[in-house]
Design a protein around this ligand. Structure first.
Ligand SMILES: *[C@@H]1O[C@H](CO)[C@@H](O)[C@H](O)[C@H]1NC(C)=O
Ligand SMILES: *[C@@H]1O[C@H](CO)[C@@H](O)[C@H](O)[C@H]1NC(C)=O
Ligand SMILES: *[C@@H]1O[C@H](CO)[C@@H](O)[C@H](O)[C@H]1NC(C)=O
Ligand SMILES: *[C@@H]1O[C@H](CO)[C@@H](O)[C@H](O)[C@H]1NC(C)=O
Ligand SMILES: *[C@@H]1O[C@H](CO)[C@@H](O)[C@H](O)[C@H]1NC(C)=O
Length: 449
């Protein structure tokens, strides 16, 4: 693991990996002893602790000892002047904590911030390798309550990561957060944050991971989300965002985009094809999208997940979807799609799940039928003669008489790629990152008892 620098500035990749649930590879499954990590200056145990905390796979263990400081520590008690300056910041935040079921803040005592304080991790900041300061704050699963949290974290000028999944923090994301030059991961998912989309995040220069899912943000998402934000991962699912999907979606550099479980409306913008070099997983399920599936979706050649389930989409599946050569999860269920299921789509070599149930498809060919037989294709509750579990005929007739015809219908039969079927490579199948975002808690869910 090289420098083992997961705690801060160069651990970017590893941290991303761990977040996405691959972390059990790094964690010994046996009894990890959180009661004394990081205290002995052992980097290895710090790393282990940091990974555990991120996966929040266990309830925080109460700290055994707590040297009750009879007097306030002085500068010389601290390892670094930077830590001395952060001490009052932490103490004042501690006073604002309204709930702390695991007595986390009981460890926030005395000058040994790097060693003893649960949730705080230290490293040398990139602009001064002889200094030591808090590089990472990880409150995942601590269930701390406080009226606000970002006014607190914006005072950690060297912060690289802030993770606070599953707490009870209120307020919103304060503008000062844009002044943190090293911050690249911001996770405030599953809290009580509310208000408008926190535009402050656009100012965070290094941000590569933004996770604000499972809060109560509402209103519209500024166009900049797609045009400006240079992040690789954006999870804003499970809020109350309500607006048309912006046309700027195509300018996005995001690879993992979860907009699910909001109230996005409008059509899927044709500009989506312009994001073909970046988009890998796209979760638009459970919104209020309408209109026809644009032919341009077929250009998402890197996409492994495309999920628009449970919207109000209609029209046929464009044959261009047969160009989604890497797609593994293609979920179109719960819409009002109709027509024939294109054989080129069923022939996609990497498909693990082609979910078409609860639509109005009327026919499918032998490749699709064999995919249904193998359990990859779900065609229940459609209008396909001779298939089991279809809609009543009257329902189908009623729908088909009133169906909407898509504009530029000719494009639906155009295949903008060379079809090279049978390039299945099951060994390359990847675990979905965005789907785990649909759970409120982090992938290795806590067993808080
Ligand atoms: C954890 O560490 C403490 C202190 O060293 C020790 O007493 C305890 O037995 C350890 N627990 C486990 C599960 O290893
Ligand atoms: C919290 O932890 C501190 C330090 O270990 C301890 O002194 C205090 O009594 C604990 N408080 C509660 C409510 O358990
Ligand atoms: C680097 O950090 C050390 C320890 O905090 C401090 O003494 C030193 O002045 C800093 N150097 C610079 C160039 O800021
Ligand atoms: C994609 O981007 C190009 C260049 O910026 C632009 O001309 C084109 O209109 C865009 N396509 C769509 C469908 O928006
Ligand atoms: C396919 O995806 C749908 C929608 O997410 C899900 O309900 C279903 O269980 C999945 N089927 C398989 C075989 O993975």
């Amino acid at each position: 693991m090289g420098g083992g620098n997961i705690l801060g500035y160069s651990g970017k990749l590893l941290v991303l990996v761990s977040i996405f649930g691959l972390l059990f590879e790094f964690v010994d499954s046996g009894g990890h002893n959180v009661s004394e990590v990081c205290g002995e200056g052992s980097r290895a145990s710090c790393i282990k602790h940091s990974i555990n905390a991120m996966g929040e796979n266990e309830g925080p263990a109460p700290q055994a000892e707590g040297p009750s400081p009879s007097q306030e520590p002085v500068a010389s008690d601290f390892e670094d002047i930077k830590l001395f300056l952060l001490y009052p910041v932490i103490q004042s935040f501690k006073k604002s904590i309204t709930s702390d079921p695991f007595n986390i803040t009981g460890t926030w005592v005395g000058p040994d911030i790097c060693g003893k304080y649960r949730g705080f991790f230290c490293d040398n900041p990139p602009n001064n390798l002889s200094a030591k300061t808090v590089s990472s704050i990880d409150f995942n699963g601590f269930q701390l309550g406080a009226p606000s949290v970002t006014e607190f974290i914006e005072q950690f000028v060297d912060l690289a990561l802030f993770h606070a999944n599953s707490n009870r923090f209120g307020g919103t994301i304060s503008p000062g957060i844009a002044n943190l030059p090293f911050l690249y991961e911001l996770d405030v998912s599953n809290n009580l944050l509310a208000g408008a989309f926190p535009t402050a995040v656009f100012g965070i220069a290094q941000l590569s991971f933004l996770d604000i899912r499972f809060n109560s943000f509402s209103g519209t998402v500024p166009k900049q989300l797609f045009a400006l934000l240079n992040a690789e991962v954006v999870f804003i699912n499970n809020n109350n965002f309500m607006q048309r999907l912006p046309e700027t979606l195509g300018s996005s550099t995001v690879s993992y985009l979860a907009l699910a479980n909001n109230k996005f409306t409008g059509t899927i913008p044709r500009s989506i094809c312009n994001a073909s070099r970046s988009l890998i997983e796209v979760l638009l399920l459970n919104n209020e999208l309408y209109g026809c599936l644009p032919y341009e979706v077929g250009f998402l050649g890197r996409a492994t997940v495309f999920d628009v389930g449970n919207n109000r989409l209609t029209g046929p599946i464009p044959y261009s979807f047969g160009c989604l050569g890497r797609v593994e999860q293609l979920v179109l269920a719960g819409n009002s799609l109709y027509g024939r299921v294109p054989e080129v789509v069923c022939a996609l070599g990497n498909l693990l799940n082609l979910s078409l149930s609860d639509n109005y498809f009327t026919s499918m060919g032998p490749i699709c039928r064999s995919l249904a037989k193998s359990g990859v294709l779900d065609d229940r509750n459609n209008c396909i003669p001779g298939r089991p579990s279809q809609r009543p005929v009257e329902e189908c007739v009623e729908f088909l008489l009133k169906k909407t015809i898509c504009p530029s219908i000719a494009s639906y039969y155009y295949i903008p790629c060379k079809i090279t079927h049978l390039d299945a490579d099951p060994s390359s199948s990847t675990e979905s990152r965005t789907y785990s975002a649909l759970a409120g808690t982090r992938p290795l869910s806590p067993k808080m008892d």
